[in-house]
Write a protein that binds this ligand. Structure first.
Ligand code: SAH
Ligand code: SF4
Length: 377
């Protein structure tokens, strides 16, 4: 990292702050643009440091969703998505290349795990989107004939990412240290300045990871990928349930709500004929009543590689489930609009089709003891 390099080469703290300000707040697109530094230092940085570790390869846009495909330095591909709803910009970012958890409906899961992303590879996804938004803001000002009011310390709020969700490729709890380090960068006022309440980590439910997060005191939002309210059904859809089942998970999730005072978002990918029956709604109701919970129904996005027996549900079935939950158990829910379907960027579709066969990873399992859930891959 350049700040470590600057430190090691004897630069003073204020210099390092200047570089951080230029990169994270002013969003320069190269060391040469950091005009607060001497020409000599800019040259030194250009020669000895990489400005970016992710290379943009493809950028696809649709109405309110954009997807970028990045190439890593070792030639792998990762994806990241920007969603715009009502002016709010949310970046959906990846934490791993592939994922070892193997949920039956997930395209990333079908890739297996290739490797963990570094903290820098994680936060650079957000840096990229911030630069896109800054360029857009400048273009918009020019169109309107207005002078841009750009101030890196406090940029116009429409011109930066406001929310982060770890719902791209990978299971963040399997890359715990790097994800936490990236979150600290994102949260740091001198860097991205995104509040913990605007950062959501989505997990398939890795008990030691959630426990560690509790100790961390970094009170981000938690989304838990539930998908089934009984262990029997969950075992079928989410293989990780055989390692960390609902009886182990619910108490630790309760501890999380108690500590943060905030509800947990329960994600539920709806599969026609599998988990969309009224009985499933009753099971969900029994599990979630009296808990600080919000349920998100996510209609299954078709991934051909996941097989023909997985089918997108119909809306009426989901409405019936919603009504049962609300009227009989007082559990609020939403049916999540599927954003980004047309650019293959919707949740769970972030497998990269560009990847070569030799890059395919292995589907590992914690129960077989060949993947450390809290450590590095
Ligand atoms: N590994 C983490 C975060 C990444 S997955 C987790 O599982 O929570 C982010 C979300 O996308 C999860 O809720 C996941 O269940 C959902 N998802 C995966 N495949 C999907 C699909 N085919 N259709 C709709 N949502 C999907
Ligand atoms: Fe991994 Fe999440 Fe996909 Fe499951 S849904 S395979 S945990 S990325």
């Amino acid at each position: 990292m350049f700040s470590k390099y600057l430190e090691e080469t004897g630069q003073k703290k204020f210099r390092i702050n200047q570089v951080n300000q230029a990169i994270f707040r002013d969003l320069v697109s190269g060391f040469s643009e950091i005009t607060t530094l001497s020409e000599h230092l800019r040259k030194d940085l250009n020669e000895n440091q990489k400005f970016s570790v992710l290379q943009k390869t493809k950028h696809v846009r649709s109405k309110d969703t954009e997807k970028i495909l990045f190439k890593t330095e070792d030639g792998k591909f990762i994806e990241s998505v920007l969603m715009r709803h009502k002016g709010r910009k949310t970046a959906c970012i990846s934490s791993q290349i592939g994922c070892p958890a193997g949920c039956v409906f997930c395209a990333t899961g079908k890739m297996g795990i290739i490797r963990n992303l570094t903290d820098r590879e994680i936060y650079e996804q957000v840096l990229y989107w911030n630069r896109v938004l800054k360029d857009e803001y400048f273009a918009e000002c020019e169109k309107k004939g207005e002078e841009p009011k750009w101030n890196g310390k406090n940029p116009p709020h429409e011109a930066r990412v406001r929310n982060i969700v770890f719902m791209g490729m990978g299971e963040p709890m399997f890359n715990y240290e790097n994800v936490i380090s990236a979150i600290k960068f994102l949260n740091d006022d001198k860097k991205f300045g995104i509040g913990v309440r605007h950062i959501t980590l989505s997990t398939v439910g890795i008990v030691p990871g959630i426990e560690k997060l509790l100790e961390e005191g970094l009170l981000i939002n938690l989304a838990f990928s539930l998908h089934a309210a009984t262990n029997e059904l969950r075992d079928e859809l989410v293989p990780m349930n055989k390692t960390y089942n609902l009886d182990m998970l619910m108490p630790v999730l309760d501890k999380y709500t108690k500590k943060t005072g905030r509800r947990i978002f329960y994600e539920y990918v709806v599969l026609k004929g599998k988990n969309d029956r009224p009985q499933d709604a009753h099971d969900l109701g029994k599990l979630l009543q009296h808990r600080m919970a919000h349920l998100n129904f996510i209609p299954y996005n078709v991934n051909p590689e996941c097989g023909d027996d997985l089918i997108t549900p119909d809306e009426p079935e989901m409405r019936i489930m919603q009504n049962i939950l609300l009227n009989e158990y007082d559990v609020p829910s939403t049916i999540r609009m599927t954003m980004g379907d047309d650019v293959d960027a919707a949740c769970g579709q972030l497998a990269n089709k560009e990847d070569k066969p030799e890059n395919k990873g292995k589907i590992l399992s914690v129960s077989e003891g060949n993947f450390d859930p809290t450590g590095q891959a």
